[in-house]
Design a protein around this ligand. Structure first.
Ligand SMILES: [Zn+2]
Ligand SMILES: [Zn+2]
Length: 360
């Protein structure tokens, strides 16, 4: 009996392990509230040293916290109090706690007022350089606009021209490949609103001017090297569209192995949203969400992006909500099916485990 007992116990142990195994089979990208842990070897990556502020809360005093406060100031969450001589202190005070809460609300994170791991991980994520609070603030999670709701105005069914800088480009991706990526990105927005985009050669006269720049490039918003800020674009009708030359831009992750590679098409699609007048959305799945992980893609417009841009320009006569909803439904259905099969596996394993337990 003993070997049988030992065998069954072992089997029970294996099954007990399997009981927990299905939890891992959910697609990682849709797990609500998932903590994104950024593990990048490149110590030069911007904001990497913010890890040391993890778990800080009100009352903490950590050397260097003023740098983190500058980050919050840069993206519109915090201003220097009058009594601090134009400098931030290293104290986690009530004002900073309010800024953290505002940040957590804007990014759709659990609102704890502390620098919990999910918050610190989001802070360290590479992101767009456009400030998060340069926009009209909505009480609910939603798309947003810049102050005054600026938009391009060229009459009905307008055409906007775009051009690439003749001097400020990258050379490790060919120009035709870059042009193909941007053409696809522009066409996604053009398919939902009555606006056409046409590439022209004459850079100075184009409505939208695209280029890659390094560090301080003369518009008061210097880039910061690897990761950190990836790109920025200006609200209508400015048209400047700048990408950080120091990033490892990629159009095919099969060919580019760098851990810090950034998908050009995802960033292009996001910045075109700014060019058109959209500010940052709090919906994590939306193209207009401010951050983007290295080696990830987010190129398809979501309902939130479409509703936002159509409220500014109206709908493209050929656009059908049903096609967008069908896409989102099929995506959600695939996830649900996956979850259902996982829970079935879980139930069967529990029953088998219970029977074996009764035998032993
Ligand atoms: Zn942005
Ligand atoms: Zn710039």
């Amino acid at each position: 009996m003993l070997p049988l007992f030992g065998y069954c116990s072992f089997l029970s142990f294996v099954l007990l392990f399997l009981c927990f195994f299905p939890r891992f089979c959910f697609p990682a990208r849709i797990t609500p509230g998932q903590v994104t842990v950024i593990t990048i070897d490149d110590q030069n990556a911007t904001w990497y040293n913010f890890t040391r502020f993890k778990d800080a809360e009100k009352g903490c005093h950590i050397s260097g916290m003023s740098e983190l406060k500058k980050y919050f100031q840069r993206f519109g969450y915090l201003s220097i109090p009058n009594n601090q001589n134009d400098n931030f202190t290293d104290v986690f005070d009530a004002q900073f706690e309010s800024a953290v809460i505002l940040y957590q609300q804007k990014f759709g994170l659990p609102v704890t007022g502390k620098l919990d791991s999910e918050t610190i991980s989001t802070i360290m994520s590479p992101r767009c350089g456009v400030s998060d609070t340069e926009s009209t603030i909505h009480a609910t999670k939603h798309f947003a606009y810049f102050y005054g709701r600026p938009r391009w105005d060229r009459g009905s069914s307008m055409t906007l021209t775009y051009a690439f800088s003749p001097t400020d480009m990258i050379d490790y991706i060919s120009l035709p490949e870059i042009k193909t990526v941007f053409k696809r990105s522009f066409s996604r927005w053009a398919s939902v609103i009555p606006v056409n985009f046409t590439e022209i050669d004459d850079y100075p006269s184009a409505n939208i001017k695209i280029g890659f720049f390094k560090g301080d490039h003369g518009d008061g918003q210097p880039f910061d090297g690897v990761l950190g800020v990836l790109a920025h674009a200006f609200s209508p009708e400015n048209g400047r569209f700048h990408l950080d030359e120091d990033e490892t831009w990629a159009i095919d992750f099969e060919k580019v192995k760098s851990k810090t590679a950034i998908d050009l098409e995802s960033v292009a699609t996001h910045e075109i949203g700014h060019i058109l007048g959209l500010a940052h959305s709090s919906i994590k799945e939306a193209v207009m969400y401010p951050s983007l992980k290295p080696r990830s893609k987010k190129v398809n417009l979501k309902l939130d992006d479409v509703e936002g841009v159509q409220a500014l320009y109206g709908s493209n006569p050929n656009f059908k909500y049903s096609s967008l909803l069908a896409y989102e439904n099929s995506y959600n259905k695939a996830i649900n099916l996956n979850q259902r099969s996982c829970s079935w596996t879980f139930s069967i394993v529990v029953v088998v485990f219970f029977i074996l337990f009764m035998i032993t």
